[in-house]
Design a protein around this ligand. Structure first.
Ligand SMILES: Nc1ncnc2c1ncn2[C@@H]1O[C@H](COP(=O)(O)OP(=O)(O)OP(=O)(O)O)[C@@H](O)[C@H]1O
Ligand SMILES: [Mg+2]
Length: 277
């Protein structure tokens, strides 16, 4: 069964043009999907529609087969957790454990269960040692891990991260991506990772590219990033390793296209050796 499915969805913020237009998009249970697209292509709108923050003008959105609607928002939000971009405005409490507990308290879980869920969520994001810490003193990456833990405490089946690494330094970004990869592999949480970082998309099972509210490319990351010219038409860059391959070829070192660092090293060695003989 599909974890998340959009069928023929239109959405407009009411200014004439559609932010999402006739969108068909599905995510299988357990999948890790990257959503790419330049500014204004509709990625955040897709995230907000997925957990009922916005309502489609046309078409249907289903979560595990149940259509998202006003009547079942509670269940939808329990199943679909969204983590946003800014680590500084997602916290609602000043101490880590209180913040993580907030959502779980709001849905009225028994006290004992809340305690267990806080422990589970903090362990899952590697923050159990900072349970009593003051959030304002944490690094950006740690704050985002707290935000993820708050969503995890609700035990969602799907997590959507809307550029949740955008404001972090490379180390913070890696922390978040590692946590999300682990949640996908070990907790079997279906993940939709919206990102501007092509490197992050390389780690996913499948990447989709959005443009003007529609999906214009989709496939395995290696396949998508092999289509350079097409990516350029959607204002998207290649991951750094793709750029390196391209630069080498343009500089007269005919390496084969690869997204694998070790393979690239072998390719360079092969080209240099064959040229020097
Ligand atoms: N609150 C809003 N009110 C009116 N128009 C909006 C609103 N939010 C987004 N839009 C418009 O909807 C379209 C899609 O925006 P959306 O935020 O979904 O894009 P995005 O792909 O997330 O962009 P970014 O990469 O900048 O985050 C854009 O044309 C945008 O200007
Ligand atoms: Mg956005």
């Amino acid at each position: 069964m599909k974890a998340l499915e959009f069928c023929g969805v239109d959405f407009s913020y009411g200014q004439g043009s559609f932010a999402i237009e006739n969108l068909n998009f599905g995510v299988e249970e357990g999948e890790f999907v990257a959503v790419l697209g330049h500014n204004g292509s509709g990625k955040s709108t897709l995230a907000r529609l997925s957990n009922g923050l916005l309502e489609a003008d046309k078409g249907t959105i289903s979560v595990f087969g149940t259509p998202v609607g006003q009547k079942n928002l509670y269940d939808v939000r329990k199943n679909v957790g969204v983590v946003f971009q800014n680590p500084d405005n997602q916290a609602v409490a000043s101490i880590v454990e209180d913040d993580v507990a907030f959502g779980a308290e709001n849905v009225g879980l028994p006290r004992e269960e809340i305690g267990e869920r806080i422990a589970f969520a903090l362990r899952a994001v590697g923050m159990e040692n900072l349970r009593h810490a003051t959030i304002s003193r944490l690094s950006g990456g740690q704050k985002q891990r707290v935000a993820i833990a708050g969503v995890l405490a609700l035990k969602p089946k799907i997590m959507i991260l809307d550029e949740s690494t955008a404001m972090l330094d490379p180390r913070g970004r890696r922390e978040i991506v590692d946590v999300v990869l682990r949640l996908n592999k070990e907790e079997h949480i279906t993940v939709v990772l919206i990102t501007h970082f092509m490197e992050e998309a390389l780690l996913c099972d499948r990447a989709v590219v959005m443009n003007r509210g529609q999906i214009v490319m989709q496939g395995a990351p290696a396949e998508i990033f092999g289509r350079h010219e097409e990516l350029l038409t959607y204002n998207l860059a290649l991951p750094r390793i793709g750029l390196i391959c391209k630069g080498l070829r343009e500089g007269g070192v005919p390496v084969e296209d690869t997204l694998d660092v070790e393979k690239l090293a072998e390719e360079i060695a092969r080209c240099v050796l064959s040229q020097s003989i």
